[in-house]
Ligand binder design. Structure first.
Ligand code: IPD
Length: 264
């Protein structure tokens, strides 16, 4: 079955169950299990355990679907649907006890490449706030039961923006250049530490725009759909010399200006 509302309901149930496990493990104390590509690129035992839980549940209920997760090997599946999962987005926050972390689960159609897939359903759950952002393609986006609609006519002047710094040191000079180009239109800039929460914040009207180079597919698969279903704009811009794509999301009145300033 590929009905977006049914896939959404699976994503929501799984994100809530997985989030409860992440919150439980956090309360027991967390330590860094490994440092991956860079000092900020870490994994905890909880990341692995939460991904294993989500993957095994999906294997039971949707055995033909593919899987793409941050902490395990990809499986293309045979149904055309792929689940794209970040078990704990904002792992550095999680490891340090900062409450901004989320479980992100998307169902996409057409393979594991964000440039060509179609996102069908999404859930981003923030366990520490008990907030469930969710969306189904063509049906809308919600925060818990409240429908999300971004403000259509706000202008770029005075936008509150969010950003992040990619793990690849090759992107860091560009990250700082982007921040200084964007600063003049910004009321202020936040670096909250979880891309999925940054994107859901655009959908919920908590920030007006977000930009980051170097995201991985699981960081934005779910929240990108939540932004567009809320009436916001979300785009991936081509890789630069660092080989990393740039993600820009914003309310419509801010998007073009932000996307222009955010690109080299
Ligand atoms: C990271 C967070 C962070 C962003 C990084 C992501 P992770 O995800 O979303 O805010 O700046 O680019 O990789 O590793 O914590 O799942």
């Amino acid at each position: 079955d590929t009905d977006p509302r049914e896939l959404e309901s699976i994503a929501v149930d799984l994100a809530r169950e997985a989030g409860a496990l992440a919150r439980q493990r956090r309360s027991e104390g967390v330590s860094i299990a490994a440092t991956k590509s860079a000092l900020a690129d870490i994994v905890t035992e909880a990341d692995r355990e939460v991904e294993t839980l989500i993957r095994s549940r999906l294997r039971e209920i949707r055995p033909a679907d593919g899987f793409l997760g941050e902490e395990s090997d990809a499986d293309p599946g045979t149904s055309g649907i792929t689940w794209v999962v970040d078990p704990i987005d904002g792992t550095v926050n999680y490891a340090y006890g900062i409450p901004f972390y989320a479980v992100s689960i998307a169902a996409v159609h057409g393979g594991a490449d964000p440039e060509t897939w179609t996102a069908l359903a999404a859930a981003v759950y923030v366990p520490s706030l008990d907030e469930m952002f969710h969306a189904a393609r063509g049906a809308g986006a919600w925060l818990d039961a409240r429908p999300l609609h971004v403000e259509a006519d706000a202008s770029a002047a005075g936008a509150l923006l969010a950003t992040g710094f990619g793990y690849d040191p090759a992107t860091h000079a560009g990250d700082l250049g982007r921040v200084s180009r964007v600063m003049p239109i910004a009321r202020d800039i936040r670096r909250m530490g979880a891309a999925s929460i940054d994107l859901c914040s655009v959908a919920a009207g908590r920030v007006d725009g977000y930009f980051e180079r170097g995201l991985k597919p699981w960081d934005h698969a779910a929240a990108g759909l939540i932004v567009t279903e809320a009436g916001g704009r979300f785009e991936l811009f081509a890789a630069d010399e660092t080989g990393r794509v740039l993600v820009v999301a914003a309310i419509p009145g801010v998007f073009d200006r932000l996307a222009t300033l955010a690109q080299p």
